[in-house]
Design a protein around this ligand. Structure first.
Ligand SMILES: Nc1ncnc2c1ncn2[C@@H]1O[C@H](COP(=O)(O)OP(=O)(O)OP(=O)(O)O)[C@@H](O)[C@H]1O
Length: 228
């Protein structure tokens, strides 16, 4: 999902992870209305990694990731070994094992972001919602998180500001503008330069990267006096 600032990306994602209840329409997952499930049932289906991070600064990284197991627990009963294995696997997958006993407050922005992705994975959802997950990440961790996302085998709904990154990652795209769906469908058609120029108010040039030969969009401010 892409669109300019204020287009409604976070709002649409909030509807999908049940933070906002739709005033009309429904959010269907596998044909089932998410609001027909109880909160715990919905949390077993949908996990979210948000731009806002938790303020549980005194908890350790492992404890934060363990919070992802809450929807799988019933009352006081819990399958400790199963939970611990899911938590450890998620932490290892995000390359955070060496930091597992550090308190959240002492982690860098990028380490916190990866912790939140690990918590979402520990939740073992069917659908993962990611709101700008590469914020705070250096280039290596951006590539790693995106690579991880590609390999998860889950349905993922993601908002990204980097249109080239989005084009390389997503099979289907929704382009939002002023609270409405401007276009949706296969990524290449949705991100057509003419449409992007209208929505973002910039000049868009399709270029070809050398030596890979891959397509790449560049963006330029549009000046009336200097059309080049
Ligand atoms: N709780 C709210 N109350 C009133 N207006 C809101 C609320 N949440 C969002 N908005 C408004 O709705 C519009 C869409 O906001 P949203 O956060 O969904 O945009 P976005 O596409 O995620 O933007 P960005 O790229 O800047 O993060 C904005 O104009 C925003 O100010």
């Amino acid at each position: 999902m892409v669109g300019p600032n204020g287009a409604g990306k976070s709002t649409l994602l909030r509807l999908i992870y049940r933070f906002l209840r739709p005033r009309w329409g429904r959010v269907l997952l596998g044909g089932r209305d998410l609001w027909a499930l109880d909160g715990r049932g919905a949390a077993r289906q949908v996990a979210a990694v948000l731009q806002e991070q938790p303020t549980d600064f005194a908890l350790t990284l492992r404890e934060i990731v363990d919070l992802g197991r809450a929807p799988h627990r019933r009352g006081l009963s819990r399958d400790g070994a199963r939970d611990a294995a899911a938590v450890a696997a998620a932490i290892a997958r995000l390359d955070l094992s060496h930091l597992a006993d550090r308190t959240f407050g002492t982690l860098s922005g990028g380490e916190r972001q990866r912790t939140m992705v690990a918590r979402a994975l520990a939740q073992e959802p069917e659908l993962l919602v990611l709101d700008e997950p590469t914020n705070h990440l250096d280039i290596r961790h951006q590539l790693e998180v995106l690579d991880l996302i590609r390999g998860l085998g889950l349905t993922i709904v993601i908002s990204l500001h980097d249109l080239n990154l989005a084009a390389g990652l997503c099979d289907q795209m929704v382009l939002l503008h002023e609270g409405r769906v401007q276009a949706q469908g296969a990524t290449a058609e949705t991100l057509h330069p003419d449409r992007l120029e209208t929505v973002f108010g910039v000049t868009v040039r399709p270029e070809t990267l050398a030596p890979s030969g891959r397509g790449h969009l560049t963006f330029h401010l549009t000046y009336k006096e200097n059309p080049s």
